[in-house]
Design a protein around this ligand. Sequence first.
Ligand code: ZN
Length: 105
Amino acid sequence: MVRNRSGSRCERCGVDLGPREGEYHHIVPVVFGGGNGADNCSLLCSHCHSVAPNAKDELDLLIYRRYFLRFSSFKEAARYYGEDTKLGVYVKCALELAEREKNRE
Ligand SMILES: [Zn+2]
């Protein structure tokens, strides 16, 4: 499915990949709740896979998807978190995520 979507090209740099070339990259890692569906997987050449976003970037993405998307704007999130800097809102959001993950154990 992902291979069809990509036209058998790397979805980052566009290089042509043979039928057995290419690597599947999880956009949100499995350990952070990412699935194996096509919406979470990307077909990459080995070079692009080696420089794909690291775990920290992926955690950022997860926080954004899970917690920021419930707000329609940064201002709204800022009101909720009582912070007026992006970093402050972000840190509080990350702490809330960590707290929820801890309580789930
Ligand atoms: Zn590539």
